[in-house]
Design a protein around this ligand. Structure first.
Ligand code: NAP
Length: 333
């Protein structure tokens, strides 16, 4: 039997994504074969495909940073999970496929009754947002935060979880997405306005406690000026590696030594996960619970068939998307 996956055949735009047939082999000892029910299209998939960021997999590769699926077969020695169980995994890449082979220690249980399209968005974007808010910033009710990239996958998750934590939120987004940002409980600010910093200063004369920068280094200095003493800038855009990584780390050290009472921290889910999976495995069930209780509602801009990943990537790259583009197994559409 065969299965299909969507492969980034070389560096480039969505047109380099091609459907490829693979042999549906039995899982090797210590491996589970997972039938992918949902994955999503994120900015990191796009940046990996263009080779813009460090640690991008070499082409050809199958993008797809997270999967939600059903265990379809297990190899010798695998006792948990069992065939038929619903599982979630942070894969980094490999998700744009009908099946994926994973070791059981990477598989988190998914509670029954959740919509796979909504649940899949929690694995990367909501865990990222939750960990930045609660592990990196340690945000408390009543504090103030600015989210840069507020209308994106991580940005909308930050707004929902930030609101739930009792924060006052400001979201930098293009004007067309201001209604969506407002609906999520934040005050929108247009980054294309001549001086978004002046606008935020007008609203918060004493500055904010946190800035979550999901767009890039152009915002580092303006963000630091907007943060009050004791506050923190959380940067979460991956670097392009090489010299930029070295310069970025040196800059980070300098900014933290500067005696202005402000801190800068870089957050990277994949580095943290590789060092220790436990925080991810602890936080994902918290988010599944919030979803089951109706306390969060992922913004899903499009639900597309799994093998139409190229279309999903083109849609995300068009800039017209608010929230997430989700790819689903055909039986879920
Ligand atoms: N560190 C981590 O662990 C981690 C985890 C997940 C993702 N990421 C990174 O986080 C970033 C966001 O990812 P995502 O999947 O949420 O992306 P996304 O859904 O594509 O969202 C990016 C947002 O940036 C906004 N934007 C575009 N130009 C802007 C500008 N000049 N100033 C401010 N905002 C601008 C876009 O909306 P507008 O229409 O409003 O411009 C868009 O909503 C990516 O760099 C991704 O690689 C990091």
């Amino acid at each position: 039997m065969n299965y299909e996956s969507v492969v980034a055949t070389r560096r480039g735009g969505p047109e380099v994504l091609q459907i490829v047939e693979n042999d549906l082999r039995a899982p090797a000892p210590g491996e589970a074969r997972v039938k992918v029910l949902a994955t999503s299209v994120g900015r990191t998939d796009v940046d990996y495909r263009y080779g813009r960021i460090a640690f991008a997999p070499k082409a050809p590769f199958v993008p797809g940073y997270e999967v939600l699926g059903r265990v379809d077969a297990v190899g010798a020695g695998v006792t948990q999970p069992a065939v038929g169980d619903r599982v979630a995994a942070l894969t980094g890449h490999g998700g744009y496929a009908e099946y994926i082979y994973l070791r059981p220690e990477h598989l988190a249980p998914v509670p029954p009754g959740l919509d796979p399209a909504e649940a899949v968005t929690l694995i990367l974007n909501y865990v990222t947002a939750h960990q930045m808010l609660h592990r990196t910033a340690k945000a408390k009710a009543g504090q103030r935060a600015l989210v840069i990239g507020a209308s994106g996958g991580v940005g909308t998750a930050l707004l929902q979880l930030g609101k739930l934590a009792g924060l006052t939120l400001y979201g930098l987004a293009s004007a067309a997405k201001h209604a969506a940002v407002k609906e999520l409980g934040a005050t929108p600010i247009d980054y294309r306005s001549p001086d978004f910093s002046a606008e935020l200063r007008r609203l918060e004369p004493n500055g904010v406690d946190f800035v979550f920068n999901g767009f890039g280094s152009a915002y580092t200095r303006p963000s630091l000026k907007l943060i009050r003493r004791g506050g923190k800038l959380v940067e979460f855009v991956p670097t392009s590696g090489g010299l930029q990584l070295v310069v970025g780390l040196a800059q980070l050290a300098l900014l933290n030594l500067w005696p202005n009472g402000k801190a800068v921290e870089f957050y990277g889910i994949s580095a943290l996960y590789q060092v220790d999976k436990r925080p991810f495995m602890t936080d994902l069930p918290i988010l599944f619970r919030l979803l089951a209780d109706g306390k969060i509602k992922p913004c899903i801009a499009a639900r597309l068939p799994l093998l139409e990943a190229a279309k999903g990537n083109a849609l995300l790259e068009s800039g017209a998307v608010t929230g997430q583009v989700v790819l689903l197994a055909p039986e879920l559409l």
